[in-house]
Design a protein. Sequence first.
Length: 418
Amino acid sequence: MVGMSLKASVDVDTATDAVLLKLDRNVFHHGGLGVIRSLGRLGIRVHAMREDRFAPAGVSRYARRTVSPMPDRADPHDVLDLLDRLADRLPGPAVLITTDDAGAILLAEHGDKLRPRYLFPDPPADLPRRAAGKATLAEICRAAGVPHPATTVPVDAAEATAFADACGYPVVAKVNLPWMADRAAGLHSTTVVRSREEMLALVQRARRATGDGPDTGLLLQEYLAPAPCGTLQDWFFHGYFDADSRCLFGHTGIKVRSFPIHAGLTSYGRWESNERLRDEAVALLSGLGYRGPVDLDYRWDPRDDSYRLLDLNPRLGAQFRLFQDSAGIDVVRAMHLDLTGRAFSPGEAVAGRSLFVENFDPIAALAYRRDENLTMRSWLASVRAADEAAWFARDDLAPFFLTGARALWQAAANRLRR
């Protein structure tokens, strides 16, 4: 049932606070609220950065202190100074958790200045930037022998259209360095491009968003066509790796629906155990010396029965709350336990557990209704059966209602601008 969580007792160190570092200014990113609720329900004080005074996550009953305004993510020194000032008000060292690529990169490259006032993983300094960059991820995959879609970083519109013509439309376009893009330019992190005209328009927008770099700022990727209806194809792995790059917690799930359809974020996910995929993900990350929380996206390719790695996000994934096991452990709880020196034993997988994202799945459902014959009755049944919602929770209603209000306000404002 939506809004209900598994009841379990986890022996955490409630004397060690947590600080949520979020530099992405998207108020509809639900991962931060998941952190606040997951740790707050255990009695851990969670302090968060908020985009503005009406940010939904900031009104959670489990958010103890919020920091606003957020620092300029382009200047690491501003972020470090803010965190230093916040540490002055905390009772002791706090676990520092980031939910976006910019924060993960900043901590890997500049985080030593924050120790020992904060506790956070210590991956190789260059790894989060290489993993989050779409072109450098392709290089990682080639070096490790990991299946990956055909990709290119076009210098100009001519190269972009030539790649698309060779692969055939549709083509997936991603912002190569997503943490650098200006969202105000109307550029989405992932776009399915279905025609030459759409490609030319996207390249023009990308140039405005990413500045005058040596290329378009886009990575183009072959579109792996959907398998026959009903085939499980879009997968993800969420895990936590300790200081020795051992996977202390990790599970696989399936994207039942995504937004945009077959190419975007998970709008409805389900826990599905896939030992082969889990083993592949753990082998890659351990081999890279990865440490910390991680979120990987895969697509199964029926042409050669391979799982092709699409994204490696070097931080907590937005839908991590899907994976709360029978012992009450999830990724962020595993991280807090490990960094505070508490040994723990993960519980059993809860296969079939599902998560619903209220502000995206209704929109995604319209596309699935058209392309895959999803009926209103079956969609409503899946919503009623969801075990976890991104925003709604019976013990914490304010973020849900504020999200709804902001979504309606944004929709009205967009209509007025047209």
